[in-house]
Design a protein around this ligand. Structure first.
Ligand SMILES: C[C@@](CO)(OP(=O)(O)O)[C@H](O)COP(=O)(O)OP(=O)(O)OC[C@H]1O[C@@H](n2ccc(N)nc2=O)[C@H](O)[C@@H]1O
Ligand SMILES: Nc1ncnc2c1ncn2[C@@H]1O[C@H](COP(=O)(O)OP(=O)(O)O)[C@@H](O)[C@H]1O
Length: 288
């Protein structure tokens, strides 16, 4: 098996500018990857089939799987005769606002580019990823970026200040489409995107904490009060900044000092079964 890493993302900012005629929302968001990853194993098949293996009961093993869609698109576009078995070792919670499915698709694109010797650039893979979902292009590159359009236009940013990220995922899944659908555009309080970019460029941790914001947060918090409760707890235990990621329901806290991480982690475990303490992976690295 050839293994590829598929890391989760968090949204440090998420702004919506307007609703587009195609039904999507024009966004402006800053995303970065964190060291909580699925592992994708790829093995060439001579029968030409695409086969998904996963023991996670929330992961579909048919055409609905985003990794399946990634393989199918590449196979069709480049007339590849071989098939592939795609083994998904799931560590990223599903339907959590952490882009697990998108990252699996992106890792599959990167991995098959090597396994099938396609010689495509990251830019070409990202463009293909856009056909699968709005977050796939970002996941092809990883690192830190400003994403615009419906999320597929990527401008690379440097790595933010070094820090820890604590993720807490309540036991509920949210539908991204429903959350965008319930957003009232005229009531949006826009996050400080420019200030966040500046904070990242200066590696200024305090300014980064002051600049986090996500316009989808209020929508999800209203629908699911347990997410608001988790946010309060994370703040109470002493995270430096707390925000919901994407459409939720995962809440993340950023923490500068390692000495505080264990205390916050232990405190949250009393309220929430799924808590992770990980490092930020701010740089694009060799993911494939
Ligand atoms: C909210 C975000 C923030 O990073 O992430 P998640 O919470 O999913 O992780 C993304 O915008 C989600 O991206 P992704 O999950 O790839 O969305 P897609 O599959 O392309 O779209 C799912 C649905 O969400 C809505 N959608 C998505 C993106 C966008 N810019 N505007 C939208 O209105 C549309 O209703 C679309 O049918
Ligand atoms: N490889 C995959 N891993 C997880 N979920 C997947 C995958 N492929 C398709 N899905 C479907 O995509 C939906 C959203 O999953 P995910 O990417 O984990 O969440 P989010 O969009 O909130 O970040 C899930 O409900 C699941 O049925």
């Amino acid at each position: 098996m050839y293994y590829v890493k598929a890391p989760a993302k968090i949204n440090l900012t998420l702004d919506v500018l307007h609703k587009r005629p195609d039904g999507y929302h024009e966004v402006e968001m800053i995303m970065t990857t964190v060291d909580l990853s699925d592992r994708i194993g790829l093995e060439r098949r001579e029968d030409g089939k695409i086969h998904i293996l996963s023991v996670d009961r929330f992961v579909p093993t048919d055409f609905r799987n985003l990794a399946y869609q990634a393989a199918k698109i590449l196979k069709e576009m480049y007339h590849v005769k071989s098939g592939v078995t795609i083994k998904i070792e799931k560590n990223i919670p599903v339907a959590a606002g952490l882009a697990g499915g998108s990252s699996d698709a992106a890792a599959t694109l990167r991995g098959l580019n090597t396994l099938w010797s396609l010689g495509l650039s990251l830019d070409e893979l990202a463009q293909i990823g856009t056909k699968i979902g709005s977050d796939v292009a970002f996941c092809v590159y990883g690192g830190t970026a400003l994403a615009t359009g419906r999320g597929e236009k990527i401008r690379e940013l440097p790595s933010p200040a070094n820090c820890w990220v604590i993720l807490a995922k309540p036991t509920l899944g949210v539908s991204t489409a429903d959350i965008y659908g319930s957003l009232k555009i005229n009531q949006i309080e826009h996050p400080k995107t420019k200030q966040m970019i500046e904070a990242i460029e200066k590696k200024d941790f305090v300014q980064m904490c002051d600049s986090v914001g996500n316009v989808l947060e209020n929508v999800t918090l209203k629908l699911y009060p347990e997410v608001a409760n988790l946010k309060d707890q994370m703040q109470k235990f002493g995270a430096d900044a707390v925000l919901m990621s994407g459409s939720g329901p995962t809440v993340f806290g950023i923490v500068q000092h390692e000495s505080r991480v264990q205390r916050i982690y232990n405190g949250l475990r009393g309220f929430c079964d799924e808590v992770y303490a990980v490092r930020l992976i701010g740089e694009r690295d060799s993911l494939a």
